[in-house]
Design a protein around this ligand. Structure first.
Ligand code: FAD
Length: 475
């Protein structure tokens, strides 16, 4: 019987185990697996805390619906009735502009205007900036192939103001990244394709809009932008774990892997734990940990893995009595983003109880502030009381909310956000190639082909497929 060791019990490791098991059921293959997680809980970045009926997400809070794999997995696990949509009728997103919160004009899809009137009357972009964005209709596509930074791409097509005020906070904000370093190819390849096919992003968006069913509807039903789970995303983790039949090891850190060619020997931090052997190893851990684990038998791979930079972030959730804050702010939207040029300590803030129903008791409000990211990491290290004071001061200044929160939860993600720098994709292809040559070694998770949960689920599915292909070719 083939034995697979999956190291890392975040969504990537859990989903890999699940799809391996599913394929085993279908094929009747003789295979088992051990899933090893160093923490005392499964889920990695996915963590939900329910306190006094506030549902607080420490890491991810939603599944984007345009990438179907996350939602499909929830449905497959019987969580269909637990899925909740974003309240898209309250969708407004604000951006800090010269110290004031200004709503993004309607009709924007990421950084690109698709409707003329809301864009033309928006105070967010200056008249010159708007004119420059319109030049996208006439600027020739870039001739060179290959990657470029998000900043270079947006500056080239839509101008500096669109980069500073829209694309930077909105697109780089998702990755907590510096747009000057972030790869457009690895993060928003659809924009490169739009430029290539239509010669203009605005034209491409308008054509796509024409072809889209009314309200973005699928089968007559409007499709929400994001979905989550009533009880929080940790319910996905619980559902996955409850289905897994393999050996699950919690609280055991893998310290080293030795290639025994064929196969591997896996050693634990806790030396009283005997090493285990495996025919194949799936590394579903951060790239810097993967680098340490392969160093002894695949130094070139370790070097490439170590090149993937990570930045630290933190989320600070604050719950308020509605009566204490409602005169101070109306929370009419999903929250706001802050461009770097505004020189604030806060990166963004989600008005969680507006974005999703059921995140706070009826009479209360929940919001979630983000700090850290590329170039802003020092803040993450502040002690709790200082971090809380800083966030409260920012919220008072920007939203006028001075009330004392009734609850506060801080989650720090030290070296938690992988950065897809320019040429990331080429490096990942190289890594996967090297790993493939070392028969039985697989890399999966947010470091490689997409940071979102849906991307991790898709990559896990492909990893399970590759393991089966390899097993079949060995048979
Ligand atoms: C603040 C924040 C907000 C986010 N928001 C969203 C969102 O709204 N939607 C979305 O789709 N995505 C979001 N993401 C991204 C998404 O949550 C992550 O990319 C994804 O959960 C990563 O999954 P993973 O399994 O690759 O890694 P991880 O979750 O990091 O899991 C890796 C696991 O490996 C374990 N491990 C590490 N070393 C060892 C070792 N030596 N031995 C054994 N185990 C080890 C770790 O303990 C961890 O559990 C967000 C991320 C953050 C930080």
């Amino acid at each position: 019987m083939a034995h697979i060791a999956i190291i890392g019990g975040g969504i990537a490791g859990l989903a890999t185990a699940y799809y391996l098991q599913k394929k085993r059921e279908v094929t009747g293959a003789s295979l088992d697996y051990t899933l090893i997680e160093s923490d005392t809980r499964f889920g990695g970045k996915i963590i939900t805390r329910t306190i006094d009926d506030f549902v607080i997400e420490g890491g991810p809070d939603s599944l984007v619906t345009t990438k179907p794999w996350g939602v499909a997995l929830c449905r497959e696990l019987g969580l269909d009735n637990e899925l909740i949509p974003t309240n898209d009728y309250k969708r407004g997103i604000f951006v800090l502009n010269k110290g004031k919160l200004v709503e993004f004009p309607g009709g924007f899809r990421l950084a690109i205007p698709t409707e003329f009137v809301p864009f033309a009357v928006s105070p967010l972009i200056s008249p010159l900036g708007k004119l420059r964005m319109g030049l996208d209709l006439f600027i020739h596509p870039r001739q060179e192939t290959g990657d470029e930074s998000l900043a270079s791409f947006v500056r080239r097509r839509l101008g500096q103001e669109a980069l500073d005020k829209i694309a930077g906070p909105m697109m780089a904000g998702i990755y907590m990244a510096d747009p000057e370093r972030m790869s457009i190819q690895s993060t928003f390849p659809q924009f490169l394709e739009m430029e290539r096919q239509h010669g203009s992003l605005i034209k491409a968006m308008q054509r796509a809009k024409k072809n889209r069913p009314v309200n973005g509807a699928a089968n007559g039903k409007p499709q929400p932008m994001f979905l989550s789970l009533k009880g929080g995303l940790n319910d996905l983790v619980k559902a996955l774990v409850s289905r897994l039949e393999g050996r699950l090891c919690l609280g055991q850190r893998v310290a080293a892997i030795r290639s025994t060619n064929p196969g591997f020997e896996i050693r634990f931090d806790d030396v009283s734990q005997p090493p285990i052997t495996a025919d194949a190893v799936v590394l579903a851990v951060p790239a810097y940990t993967a680098a340490q684990l392969v160093e002894s038998f695949l130094p070139p791979l370790a070097q490439l893995l170590a090149k993937i930079r990570y930045v630290s972030t933190a989320t600070i959730s604050l719950g308020y009595r509605r009566a204490d804050v409602i005169d101070q702010h109306n929370f009419g939207g999903f929250g706001f983003l802050i461009p770097k040029s505004e020189k604030r300590k806060l990166a963004a803030c989600t008005w969680t109880s507006t974005k999703f129903d059921g995140r706070a008791p009826n009479n209360d409000i929940l919001l979630r502030a983000f700090v850290g990211g590329d170039g802003q990491e020092k803040v993450v290290k502040l002690p709790d009381n200082e971090l809380l004071s800083l966030v409260r001061a920012e919220i008072a200044d920007l939203m006028g909310v001075t009330a004392k929160p009734i609850i506060c939860q801080i989650f720090r993600w030290v070296k938690g956000n992988p950065q897809y720098d320019v040429d990331h994709l080429a490096r990942v292809e190289q890594m996967k190639e090297i790993a493939q040559q070392a028969t039985g070694l697989y890399l999966t998770g947010s470091a490689y082909l997409g940071i979102g949960i849906p991307d991790c689920v898709k990559d896990a599915m492909l990893t399970a497929d590759s393991i089966f292909e390899q097993l079949n070719s060995n048979a």
